[in-house]
Design a binder for this molecule. Structure first.
Ligand SMILES: NC(=O)c1ccc[n+]([C@@H]2O[C@H](COP(=O)([O-])OP(=O)(O)OC[C@H]3O[C@@H](n4cnc5c(N)ncnc54)[C@H](O)[C@@H]3O)[C@@H](O)[C@H]2O)c1
Length: 334
């Protein structure tokens, strides 16, 4: 193991879906990981505690339960743990909930991200890698989405906060030369995923013989991205992103999948037909998010490897293995 691999990474959002998988992979690769997460109740905290219990088996993992909205709490962690770098994945996620409780998005996504950028500056960290989202493309209708496309037409409060983070990153880079790498994730799915997202909701409802709701009457398309591909993208960013720059990369799956095909694959895995309710497009949602990942391919070597068929099969296997635990989780806030 090289000395480089013993670096300490502060992973915010480590109890969350992507943060958990990124932290686990970094630990497997010999990094020391400090997980930082407020373990919020947006969805059932028992799922977050399960993820943390798995990370807790690694001796090189240390967990701090605190909010990114608290600058003093972040400062204490920086002083105690001396991370070499920050991967900032904590956020109030979810497009629909941002219409219900916009304040929590301001606290976590605006203030929390400002705190992360500021702490990096104060402690002279050379770089911050942070999560952005395909939601920043909003009403941009040019497909596939490229990093250079318009992002001044948000259609959700969540998307606006994520774009705000990218603009703030630019200012920090300009003023203090901190290297800033923003990753625009496209609909990530996989084992230990989020109960508020379509795949999890569909799986649970299909198995319980409850109907599923298909928005825009099922005429949606997504660059669904399997979690292992996202993890590879984040790790490549840490290990090979060009130095000293302020960059943004799309990280999305290689195929664009119509929602109806996606549902068909879940039905096939569970051997059951879904009862479908066709609904109008919801406020804040976009009918198509298709990723152009050529920049990430060129500069980070990002190449998604898991097909939608394989990804759904792996998800379904995991879901069935943990069926009782997952069926018992509270319905997420939305
Ligand atoms: N999953 C996706 O499809 C997707 C798509 C685009 C962008 N993203 C972004 O990727 C990142 C990770 O998303 P995820 O899917 O793992 O979501 P998640 O909700 O599972 O994880 C986010 C974590 O952040 C924590 N958190 C929330 N508020 C906090 C606060 N104030 N202080 C500290 N921790 C706090 C939560 O407890 C949670 O564990 C987020 O920034 C999200 O916006 C995700």
């Amino acid at each position: 193991m090289s000395a480089k691999k013993k670096r300490t990474v502060l992973v915010t959002g480590a109890a969350g879906f992507i943060g958990f998988h990124v932290a686990k992979e970094l630990l497997n690769r010999g990094y020391r990981v400090v997980g930082y997460d407020a373990v919020t109740s947006y969805y059932d905290v028992r799922l977050k505690k399960r993820r943390l219990a798995m990370l807790g088996k690694f001796s090189a993992f240390h967990f701090v339960k605190a909010s990114v909205a608290s600058y003093p709490a972040l400062k204490r962690v920086m002083k105690a743990e001396h991370p070499d770098e920050i991967v900032h994945l904590a956020a109030q996620a979810g497009v629909r909930y941002s219409l219900v409780n916009p304040w929590i998005y301001a606290d976590t996504n605006y203030l929390g991200t400002l705190n992360i950028f500021e702490i990096a500056r104060q402690f002279r960290l050379p770089r911050v890698v942070y999560a952005s989202s395909s939601s920043v493309y909003g009403a941009n209708s040019k497909q596939p989405f490229q990093e250079s496309d318009r992002t001044d037409l948000p259609v959700s409060i969540y998307g606006a906060t994520k774009r705000g983070n990218e603009i703030l990153a630019r200012a920090y880079h300009h003023l203090f030369k901190t290297e800033m790498i923003g990753l625009r994730f496209f609909t990530v799915y996989g084992p230990w995923g989020r109960p508020d997202m379509a795949l999890f909701k569909f799986a649970r409802r299909i198995l319980q013989d409850r109907p599923i709701e298909l928005y825009n009457r099922g005429n949606m398309k997504r660059s669904f991205t399997y979690i292992d591909d996202i993890v590879r993208g984040v790790v490549s960013t840490i290990e090979r992103a060009p130095k000293g720059r302020c960059e943004i990369y799309n990280l999305g799956g290689s195929e664009t999948v119509p929602l109806k095909h996606f549902v068909g694959l879940i039905e096939k895995q569970f051997g059951k037909r879904a009862k479908k309710i066709l609904k109008a497009l919801q406020a804040g949602d976009v009918p198509e998010t298709v990723a152009d990942c050529s920049k990430a391919r060129r500069e980070l070597g990002f190449r998604p490897q898991v097909s939608i068929e394989e990804g759904i099969a792996r998800f379904a296997k995991w879901f069935l293995e943990h069926r009782d635990f997952l069926a018992d989780l509270k319905e997420p806030k939305q």
